[in-house]
Design a protein around this ligand. Structure first.
Ligand code: A2P
Length: 290
């Protein structure tokens, strides 16, 4: 993005040497014009009460500038809760934004904002703007690395196009039923590491239905487990290690936490990794459809 030079004012502050005029811009068009201008790099907007359109200018400013501050605020809240001074890695959780929680109903254990009908309340903030705010957090030393989660190829491309700091990680659902082969290839070509969440198929997902397939109960997987003298969980976790995907299995059971860790004393043959690849049924356990 081209950078507009600043001119020093006699009070020590600066004015961008170029700005967007809003006189004659109609109420119905000025909001988008200001948003477009901010995206393009304008940081100086000239406006006046008598132009009769300042409310719309304000709406655009709020969306493009004020909401970016929420990113740093959220990161600082996380730091405070974790008792840390900085993070190693901070991700955009989904490629869309949410309404602020205080305007929404909260569900037990889930901090996404829901409306009274149980529908998630999205906001129209663009993740590209969130990304720019995250870059500022890196520059302030609040996090060493930044990345994304649940982003597809097109969404990553939009971020890569505008970023000065590239995402280091894309965290997505990943297991043999949804092996993400194409997305992994794309990310690799861009130097982005894939972290796989729900590597065990998230049997404890709150919306699981009894008739849905259970990855860890898959007979073909169980056969492999017998062959390697390991558990089905260990096989699907080692599968990710062997294909260079970072796995993050959830467990609150000490014996399982230990078991899931005990996968560095064996590896799968290339044939068995390829065999596990054939389990793919585009089977997503965590769709953002609610
Ligand atoms: P728990 O936390 O009660 O031990 P995912 O990581 O794919 O979201 O899966 C998490 C679920 O898998 C949790 O229900 C967790 O149970 C269970 N789990 C974790 N490790 C194992 C394991 N080694 N064998 C069977 N189930 C496991």
């Amino acid at each position: 993005m081209a950078k507009v030079p600043n001119i020093k004012l006699n009070n020590g502050l600066e004015i961008p040497a170029f700005g967007l005029g809003t006189w004659k811009s109609k109420a119905g068009e000025v909001e988008q014009a200001v948003k477009d201008a901010i995206d393009i790099g304008y940081r100086h907007i000239d406006c006046a009460h008598v132009y009769g359109n300042e409310k719309e200018v304000g709406t655009a400013l709020k969306e493009k500038i004020c909401r970016r501050h929420l990113v740093e605020k959220a990161l600082r809240l996380t730091l405070q809760d974790l008792g840390l001074e900085y993070l190693d890695l901070y991700l955009i959780h989904w490629p869309h934004a949410y309404k602020k929680r205080q305007f929404a109903i909260r569900r037990e254990g889930e901090n996404f904002p829901f409306d009274a009908n149980g529908k998630i309340q999205f906001s129209d903030v663009d993740y590209v703007d969130t990304w720019k705010a995250l870059e500022k957090c890196v520059n302030k030393g609040l996090t060493k690395s930044i990345g994304v989660s649940n982003f597809n190829k097109r969404q990553l491309e939009r971020v890569l196009e505008i970023s000065t700091i590239k995402p280091v990680v894309n965290q997505v659902e990943c297991h043999p039923y949804l092996n993400q082969r194409k997305l992994i290839e794309f990310c690799r070509s861009k130097g982005i590491v894939i972290t796989g969440y729900s590597p065990l198929g998230s049997p404890d997902r709150p919306w699981a239905k009894p008739e849905e397939p259970q990855l860890l109960e898959d007979p073909k997987l169980k056969e492999l487990a017998v062959k390697y003298k390991k558990t089905p969980a260990q096989i699907v976790l080692r599968y990710q290690v062997d294909r260079g995907v970072v796995a993050i299995p959830k467990s609150v059971t000490k014996s399982r936490i230990q078991q899931n860790f005990d996968i560095f004393d064996f590896s799968l043959t290339a044939d068995d990794v390829a065999y596990l690849d054939t389990f793919d049924v585009n089977g997503r356990f965590c769709p953002m459809t609610r």
